[in-house]
Design a protein around this ligand. Structure first.
Ligand code: ZN
Length: 200
């Protein structure tokens, strides 16, 4: 009985914590606002969901942010952010890309964590997995995409010793993989340390 009660509290804790007055609100969009001026096929938005997450930022304070993500992956994202919060792994900010006028570059340079963005893979005409909300980028300025001869974004530096950085031994990588996600840090042609995706 107690364990059922505990489980119910855990399930509701996502909502419960959000009302805490000590939480710094990084954004507070409605779903409609979070997909405003979206230049994408209309039917896409019915697959998306806006979720609220809590995380400790680099000021050591608890923050509230939001992610637009594919509805099938909402539970996974809430789950991973719950673990990130428990472990106090630092997340700079989590703000829907509408805030950056749908510019992935601006979002990355602001070290912003996000999922959905209807866009091409940088430097190509191929739709990114972010375009269906099936990928998440975490602390992109600390976890850039590292090619043999360059880093993207170019002002970023990958230093595994820095707080908020993701490495092969990170619990984040392990937890995502447990839920069937792939990590860009495992890629061969480049290492996209910020990137996690689950295509089905
Ligand atoms: Zn990505």
């Amino acid at each position: 009985m107690l364990s059922i009660l505990f489980l119910l509290i855990m399930i509701n804790s996502n909502n419960y914590n959000i009302q805490n007055k000590d939480v710094i609100v990084d954004c507070n969009y409605t779903f409609k606002e979070a997909i405003e001026n979206l230049n994408s096929p209309n039917e896409l938005s019915s697959d998306l969901k806006l979720i609220t997450v809590l995380y400790y930022s680099f000021d050591d304070k608890l923050h509230k942010g939001q992610i637009v993500i594919h509805k099938d992956l909402a539970k996974d994202a809430i789950n991973i952010f719950e673990i990130i919060k428990e472990k106090k792994f630092k997340i700079a900010k989590v703000i829907p890309i509408v805030f950056y006028n749908w510019s992935d570059d601006k979002s990355m340079l602001d070290n912003n964590t996000s999922a959905f963005n209807y866009r091409f893979i940088a430097g190509t005409k191929k739709l990114s997995n972010h375009a269906t909300g099936r990928a998440i980028d975490i602390n992109p300025l600390l976890n850039p995409q590292v090619f043999k001869d360059r880093v993207y974004p170019s002002t970023a530096k990958y230093d595994p010793k820095k707080e908020g950085t993701i490495t092969v031994n990170s619990f984040i990588v392990k937890e995502f993989k447990k839920m069937g996600w792939d990590w860009g840090g495992d890629w061969k042609s480049s290492k996209d340390y910020q990137h996690f995706e689950k295509l089905k």
